[in-house]
Design a protein around this ligand. Structure first.
Ligand SMILES: Cc1cc2nc3c(=O)[nH]c(=O)nc-3n(C[C@H](O)[C@H](O)[C@H](O)COP(=O)(O)OP(=O)(O)OC[C@H]3O[C@@H](n4cnc5c(N)ncnc54)[C@H](O)[C@@H]3O)c2cc1C
Length: 452
């Protein structure tokens, strides 16, 4: 850790008050062999370098404390563009960046690659298997995982989309389906292989359906000799009455129409009741398909279980309006893992919420370390929702302004390039998109990993 922060730290300790000193001592007792003895310097541990955790870490660069960022992956992932990796438009490295690289100019910050398995709340220690990482203040931003509405067995027969591995597995599954169809002489199996069912009509399902339709009808159209990829059937199933429930009804209808123009079959008001290797059942219909894509439900990571508290909506850990756990002002939970209790409307599980919450807790922590008053409670500023449908269409809902078509698509593209982390990723994505736009081709049509 940079010693340049030591002097400021001493001052901060004085301001911060003696109440924290016993914690440092306790930290020394509980920490593992590899960790140096406790010092007066405070330790802020951030679990998860997703949108929330990274936003907090980036804003703590100047505080007089040791910042420890723990993630089970070595990269920060821009999840909103995962579907483009899954449909061969972008490569994994275009939408991910190494956490160490992002934080390399933060001398007060250390990165640990490891999977958190629990938290000793009383001892103020994060557990990574046998390894113990003590904290004075803890920020939990571990995001969400897939949720199958009590049918965990569906995870084995559907493809989810949460990580780079998921996206490349989905890409493999989609591309292999076309390859197998080309080779098959069984008409029924060929139809099954060329039918893709996407479960869930939120932004991920809608964007996937549009991208998959364009992959089949444009990028692959001339590459096979025994099948016509443009006859591929893409079915988007949504249990609710409309697509994109977080958008205005007018934009939901525009999205459905845009998808139908691309040949996607949109099925609304139908909950999936069964999934297996050869298809899915919704309503009283069974659709035969070798590729079922899960874009329906998410549940929070197990932060609530680690903290020994009852989980709230969607498995989220309930936190107060300053994003701390009741009775534990030293523990913050942010992003998809958190539920802010006492708000009129539930705060959505989207990247801007996580980023704003990360920035907010960094302000609270910095104020505490400097002995300043706490900032006002967290308030989410909603700047709007965007979803794209193929290469020309998108819907944008800014509340005061609603856009469809090319203008919305342009707004979507600019926003996504702007919010990507790092110049290299922005440049790579912009070039890939321009190339795809001009040629209709997909630059990342690689089948990698194990066949399925
Ligand atoms: C396919 C997809 C598309 C999306 N599209 C959009 C969109 O268009 N717009 C939008 O605003 N939002 C979108 N979202 C939602 C958005 O990505 C999330 O709301 C946001 O990522 C939440 O941020 P977070 O910091 O809470 O969690 P995440 O960004 O998910 O980060 C969690 C981090 O915690 C780490 N972690 C988890 N468990 C552990 C553990 N046990 N130990 C160590 N590390 C751990 C993970 O590796 C990860 O780095 C999309 C999500 C998905 C999956």
């Amino acid at each position: 850790m940079g010693s340049g922060f030591a002097l400021r730290d001493e001052q901060a300790v004085g301001n911060y008050g003696k109440a924290m000193d016993d914690i440092a001592e306790r930290s020394g007792v509980t920490r593992g062999d590899a960790t140096p003895p406790a010092s007066a310097r405070r330790r802020v541990v951030i679990i998860g370098a997703g949108f929330g955790g990274l936003s907090a870490a980036q804003r703590l660069v100047r505080v007089a404390a040791d910042i420890i960022v723990i993630d089970r992956r070595n990269h920060h992932l821009f999840q909103p563009l995962l579907y483009q990796v899954a449909t061969a438009a972008l490569s994994p490295a275009d939408i991910a960046a190494p956490i160490r690289g992002i934080l390399s100019r933060h001398p007060n910050t250390e990165v640990i690659l490891g999977t958190v398995t629990g938290i000793d709340v009383a001892g103020r220690v994060v557990l990574l298997g046998d390894r113990r990482v003590p904290y004075d203040q803890l920020v939990i931003g571990t995001g969400a995982r897939e949720y199958y509405f009590g049918h965990d067995e569906w995870s084995a027969v559907t493809s989810g989309l949460k990580s780079i591995e998921d996206a490349t597995a989905m890409r493999r599954r989609i591309l292999v389906a076309f390859e197998r169809a080309e080779d098959s002489e069984d008409g029924a199996e060929q139809r099954r292989l060329l039918t893709f069912v996407i479960i869930g009509g939120g932004p991920t399902g809608v964007e996937l359906a549009g991208a998959l339709a364009e992959l089949a009808k444009a990028a692959l159209a001339r590459d096979f000799r025994h099948i016509d990829p443009s006859t591929a059937r893409i079915v988007l199933v949504e249990a609710g009455p409309r697509l994109l429930p977080s958008f205005s009804p007018h934009l939901s209808e525009a999205a459905a129409r845009a998808l139908q123009r691309l040949g996607v079959e949109v099925r609304l008001g139908l909950a999936v009741t069964h999934c297996d290797q050869e298809g899915a059942v919704f309503g009283d219909e069974r659709v035969e398909s070798r590729t079922l894509i899960w874009a329906a439900g998410v549940a929070a990571s197990p932060a609530a279980a680690w903290l020994g508290i009852e989980a709230g909506r969607g498995g989220r850990a309930p936190v107060l309006s300053d994003l701390t756990l009741r009775g534990h002002p030293e523990i913050f939970v942010i992003g998809d893992a958190a539920e802010v209790v006492g708000t009129n409307r539930p705060i959505p599980g989207v990247a801007p919420v996580a980023k704003q919450q990360g920035a907010y807790v960094a302000r609270v922590i910095a104020a505490r370390l400097a002995g300043k008053p706490a900032p006002a409670p967290f308030r989410y500023r909603d700047y709007g929702n965007l979803a794209t449908i193929g290469r020309h269409e998108a819907v944008a809902d800014f509340g005061w302004l609603r856009l469809t078509g090319r203008l919305a698509w342009l707004a979507w593209g600019v926003a996504h390039i702007y919010f990507l982390i790092g110049f290299r990723n922005r440049a790579a994505v912009a070039i890939d998109w321009l190339w795809s736009y001009l040629t209709y081709q997909r630059g990342a049509r690689l089948i990698t990993g194990q066949d399925m």
